[in-house]
Design a protein around this ligand. Structure first.
Ligand code: MG
Length: 680
């Protein structure tokens, strides 16, 4: 039965395959299975493949022995990056920060001294350019660190130019529901997440109305509400039964009695410590005249909610100051739920380019354009405006791209590269192509990961092609930045059960697919690591096998030290994963069809007709007259595939792959997790 199906498929392939032809120069083809031997790639040295190498500056290469990676270390290792065929490097954030990872930027315009000086940086850029390697900076425009001078100034007083750089609110829930916060404008009350708001530790200022209810003198209450018109000072000098509001720098104002035990006072409130209610304005603070919260209980008021006042006739020390609603002004951070970051405020997207934070980021970008960089990777762009699926973020990103590109183009005469991080599935990513030329294609890896672990390859090419079609709907010249894992995800090899064979397969699939691939440093060495015990486990120092190894952390997956081996040892091993990555890097740069070609579905090995080949992923890569056949066996077991295409020009093999010719068709025997690329 199986032979009949195979025969049918072979006939079908003969009918439907386009452009395939037998090479007449190599005859006769072996009639028994023989190992496929690869023809050496003829690379003219032109970098066509748009391979980017992602590295973490702190973790990559240490030139001065302080344990931290640095610019000079990267400069010294540029030939290594070049050997992978990479034409660009994405650097982790290089600016001063309190954290090791750098995503809490303290100044966008200077280098972190730990990594080197601006001169070191420029030298690195120049040396990279000599090797046709571009430099992309990680630019964190969603938020700054709370140690940035913008934020420190913004929180130093209630009225300074940097207040507009961030989002502040006395009552975020209410302000969001009322549509008063432009960065969270399109979601209404649903946009509120209390875990995303953090106290500045200061008291709010503004107009507040204080209402006392003293009808029950054993349990008087105070209620605070926002807004109104400040009262003039109460001219009544009588002290009998008087009530006072005490706040700020010794301010003591008398309430107006409204009768029936109700007292009211509206003031322009400004106080670093909160307020108290008093029944005496005597400087000696007689016992039983000071009202606040009982020591040890909550002193926090909510707007428009009566708070029962406490006094103590034995000691004034048992009474604590009352805190206004919110205790403080809150600032906003939209996705890490940490108080290290504060989200930048760009105001309504229609006018975002006029916001001071936007202008400041663009001005700081000029520093790096002047330093010679070639592009930016933009962090967390789906979080800039809170609503991921509205058009606000794509609109904002287009404005940001255009503003930075105008400056870049003026200097370089070409467009700047900018890739955005939208950590979501492809359908959420696609609309962001309206804003940026390149976006990381996260689902590419997520699909591949699932396919390899399930040993199912048939749908991989179809899905990739249809997703690219969706991207094209938003931008005709879209750049799908394909990748395996990155600095926020478990290492690819660990996701694949630690298997080196599967890790090699994943690398081969990445570098033989349509897109602009990113290699996350260490992936080419088969690094392992899961982030459960800390993100450092997926940000391991490079084991160079020389003095450049960094030592910023001791959180290192034990398998990396014991089974992976160093760069030096893998360079000497013709079967290492590093050797495979280098071969593919060269191959991808040698063949335009692989570098920039279009992925097309295989006429037989596809979800509709390829049932018996369910573990195989197959596709063509086509550019002009050049056509390549790409095959990967995602299954554990061996697979014999009948093909009508000529297999006389093998360009790449990973794992054991054998072939023979039977009458008019070729048969390919692929062991589990093997890969093969042929020129047709
Ligand atoms: Mg160092």
């Amino acid at each position: 039965m199986r032979r009949k199906i195979t025969l049918f498929l072979v006939l079908a392939a003969s009918l439907f395959a386009t452009g395939s032809s037998c090479n007449q120069n190599i005859t006769p083809y072996p009639k028994e299975f023989t190992d496929v031997t690869v023809l050496p790639a003829q690379w003219d040295g032109v970098k066509r493949a748009d391979i980017t190498y992602q590295l973490l500056v702190y973790s990559f290469a240490d030139s001065d022995g302080d344990g931290w990676g640095d610019f000079r270390g990267i400069t010294d290792k540029l030939d290594y990056i070049h050997s992978l065929g990479a034409s660009a490097i994405w650097l982790s954030p290089i600016h001063p920060s309190a954290s090791y990872h750098g995503y809490d930027v303290e100044d966008y315009s200077i280098t972190n001294p730990r990594f080197g000086t601006m001169a070191d940086f420029k030298q690195m850029v120049n040396e990279a350019h000599k090797r046709n390697i571009r430099i992309y900076l990680d630019y964190v425009i969603n938020h700054s660190g709370v140690n940035h001078h913008w934020f420190k100034t913004a929180t130093s007083s209630m009225d300074n130019p940097y207040r507009d750089y961030y989002v502040f609110s006395n009552d975020p829930q209410k302000d969001i529901a009322a549509g008063k916060i432009p960065m969270i404008a399109t979601e209404g009350a649903g946009g509120y997440d209390g875990g995303q708001w953090f106290s500045t530790g200061t008291m709010p200022s503004g107009i507040y109305k204080f209402t006392l209810k003293w009808s029950n003198s054993q349990a008087p209450t105070v209620t605070v509400s926002s807004g109104g018109t400040p009262d003039t000072d109460n001219p009544d000098q009588t002290t009998e039964g008087a009530k006072y509001l005490y706040y700020g720098d010794g301010i003591c104002k008398k309430f107006y009695s409204k009768g029936n035990g109700i007292y009211e006072l509206t003031v322009d409130f400004n106080s670093s410590w909160g307020f108290l209610v008093r029944t005496s304005n005597s400087p000696s603070w007689p016992l039983g005249t000071k009202y606040g919260a009982q020591q040890g209980s909550s002193a926090q008021l909510s707007f428009d909610v009566p708070f029962t006042l406490y006094t103590d006739y034995t000691s004034n020390d048992n009474i604590q100051n009352l805190a206004l609603p919110g205790a403080s002004i809150y600032y906003f951070h939209s996705h890490f739920w940490t108080d290290w970051f504060a989200d930048l405020n760009f105001g309504p997207v229609a006018n975002a380019e006029h916001s001071p934070a936007f202008k400041a980021l663009v001005a700081d970008a000029q520093v790096w354009i002047d330093a010679g960089i070639d592009g930016f990777r933009l962090d967390a762009v789906k979080h800039i405006y809170h609503n991921e699926t509205s058009d606000e973020n794509p609109r904002f990103l287009k404005k940001f791209y255009d503003a930075v590109n105008a400056r870049f183009k003026a200097k370089n005469g070409r467009d700047i590269y900018m890739v955005g991080e939208v950590f979501s599935d492809w359908d959420k990513i696609a609309p962001y192509f309206k804003g940026l030329p390149a976006l990381f294609d996260f689902s590419f890896w997520w699909r591949m990961n699932a396919d390899i672990n399930q040993g199912q390859g048939l749908s991989f090419a179809d899905a990739t092609i249809s997703i690219h079609e969706a991207y094209k709907g938003y931008r005709s010249d879209f750049i799908a930045a394909t990748k395996l894992s990155n600095h926020d995800e478990n290492r690819a090899r660990s996701e694949l059960g630690g298997s080196l064979q599967k890790a090699k397969l994943a690398g081969a699939m990445l570098l033989s697919s349509q897109g602009s691939p990113y290699i996350y440093y260490g992936e080419e060495l088969g690094y392992t690591g899961k982030k459960d015990g800390g993100d450092e486990y997926i940000r391991t120092p490079m084991y160079w096998g020389d003095g450049y190894v960094t030592a910023y952390t001791d959180k290192i997956d034990p398998a990396v030290g014991t089974t992976v081996g160093s760069v030096v040892s893998q360079e000497a091993d013709a079967s290492s994963i590093l050797t495979m990555y280098r071969q593919l890097g060269t191959l991808r740069n040698s063949y335009p069809a692989l570098a920039t070609g279009k992925m097309e579905r295989h006429p037989v090995i596809n979800p509709q007709t390829g049932g018996i080949y369910s573990q195989v992923a197959a596709w063509y890569m086509i550019e002009g007259n050049q056509k390549l056949l790409v095959l990967h066996n995602l299954g554990q077991g061996e697979m014999i595939i009948s093909l009508s295409e000529s297999l006389t020009k093998p360009l790449f093999i990973n794992g054991r792959v054998q072939s023979k010719k039977e009458k008019e068709h070729f048969q390919l025997k692929m062991e589990g997790y093997s890969s093969a690329i042929f020129e047709l």
